[in-house]
Design a protein around this ligand. Structure first.
Ligand code: DX5
Ligand code: ZN
Length: 216
């Protein structure tokens, strides 16, 4: 089974993004997670294209971009050009998810769909066999450093069952409150990609922390 760690740049030192990218390059992290927040869909604002372009210059791992913005359709081409390798949008922000999925695919990059913890997993049913990735939020999108919502395990099991029943090939990613303590249980539950912000970037040794999350 695919097991990937995607550290979230949101918890990095923004005064030294080059160092953060070098750490990622030297680590066993396969992807780098980039959180884009607009202050509308979520209460917080993070960063946009110039930061993504800078990170793309220094980071040699795929950029896993998580859009927490309204009207994602307006910006898909720009995110692809700025260096996104995987572009994930929130189901809650669009009227026609299939249209957005096709737009992202037409840029020649991977597409993900995500939902907050209060959205039923069943809404994903029509999309699991057309996307590359489904991201289940394990905190409410908006901030790093929140506590993992334990009910998420039942949602992961429901999604895993749905993917198998539909013989789909997307990977399952979770985001929020992931740390060395729960990483193994999450992989054992059928999660393929763990996003971890504060657990990685606030650690004394981020490279070792990434290794420990994978090792189990
Ligand atoms: C939250 C973001 C997360 C965040 C995770 O809205 O989507 O990617 O950086 O942070 P931690 O791992 O600290 O919960
Ligand atoms: Zn995220």
């Amino acid at each position: 089974m695919t097991k990937i760690i995607s550290p979230s740049l949101l918890s990095a030192d923004f005064g030294n993004l080059e160092a953060a990218c070098k750490m990622i390059n030297a680590s066993e992290a396969e992807w780098l997670h980039i959180d884009v927040m607009d202050g509308v869909f979520v209460p917080n604002i993070s960063f946009g294209f110039p930061v993504l372009e800078a990170v793309n210059k220094y980071c040699n791992k795929p950029l896993d971009v998580h859009l927490m913005i309204v009207h994602p359709e307006k910006y898909i081409t720009r995110f692809a050009k700025a260096g996104a390798d995987i572009l994930t949008f929130h189901y809650e922000t669009v009227e026609n998810p299939l249209e957005i999925i096709e737009l992202i695919k037409s840029e020649g990059i991977k597409v993900g769909i995500t939902i907050n913890p209060d959205v039923p997993v069943s809404v994903l049913e029509p999309y699991v066999d057309t996307v590359d990735l489904v991201l289940l939020m394990t905190v409410f999108a908006g901030y790093g450093g929140q506590q993992f919502i334990e009910d998420s395990y039942a949602r992961i099991a429901e999604l895993r069952e749905m993917i198998e029943r539909k013989n789909a090939h997307c990977v399952i990613e979770v985001d929020g409150g992931v740390n060395v303590q729960n990483a193994q249980q999450l992989f054992d539950s059928g999660v393929n990609v763990l996003v971890a912000g504060s657990a990685v970037f606030n650690a004394n040794n981020p490279i070792e922390t990434i290794h420990n999350m994978l090792k189990g």
